[in-house]
Design a protein around this ligand. Structure first.
Ligand SMILES: [Ca+2]
Length: 197
């Protein structure tokens, strides 16, 4: 019975965690000549950051990303980047051209505080900050195979039984308390009667 109770204790917060899951947000960052607006973004897993290139200087492009080993590119292990971002595109002739980077933070692998580099085509660089936190609700979600499917349904049934059994325990305790009170009252009454001359 204790094991079942423990299982329910573990399952309940997991189930409520799913119900209260974080709604994904989208944050927009305006990429400018000398800065980003804002310079720092704080998000959590499942959010999206939209970096939009608003630097209208002629022939200047931006590439934003994580340069872990500081070698000036974003191609090494665990590095990621926006690809080249232009101010404007001629999509008729260049369908791959992009003006924005929609960074979907769809994995807990991204959790951490990052200093991203915005490398511009003229060789200059701006450092910007991206802090990615855990979705605390999502982290409460069950691990694969845990508390999903038939096993969980059984636990819910057991929970009902547990509730009714604990309720009857309370009732028993109250009855016992009432009996004790009655016995004390009788004892007091009889001792008062006995003390009378
Ligand atoms: Ca690198």
């Amino acid at each position: 019975m204790r094991a079942i109770g423990m299982a329910i204790l573990f399952c309940l917060p997991l189930l409520t965690g799913i119900a209260g899951a974080h709604e994904p947000d989208t944050f927009t960052v305006i990429v400018r000549e000398d800065r980003h607006d804002p310079m720092q973004v704080d998000v959590i897993v499942n959010d999206t950051v939209h970096y939009y290139n608003a630097d209208n200087r002629t022939n200047i492009t931006h590439t934003i990303g994580l340069d872990l080993n500081g070698d000036g590119d974003f191609d090494d292990e665990n590095e990621f980047s926006s690809g080249v971002l232009h101010y404007s595109c001629d999509w008729t002739n260049d369908s791959d051209c992009r003006v924005a980077w929609k960074f979907e933070i769809n994995s807990t692998d991204y959790v951490g505080n990052f200093v991203l580099s915005d490398l511009m085509s003229d060789g200059t660089e701006t450092e910007v900050y991206l802090n990615i936190g855990m979705d605390n609700h999502a982290t409460n979600a069950p691990e694969i195979g845990e508390c999903f499917g038939d096993g969980c349904d059984e636990d819910e049934v057991e929970e009902t039984n547990l509730e009714s059994s604990s309720r009857s325990t309370v009732e028993n305790a109250m009855m016992l308390g009432g009996l004790l009170f009655l016995l004390i009252a009788i004892g007091l009454a009889s001792s008062m009667i006995a003390e009378r001359p």
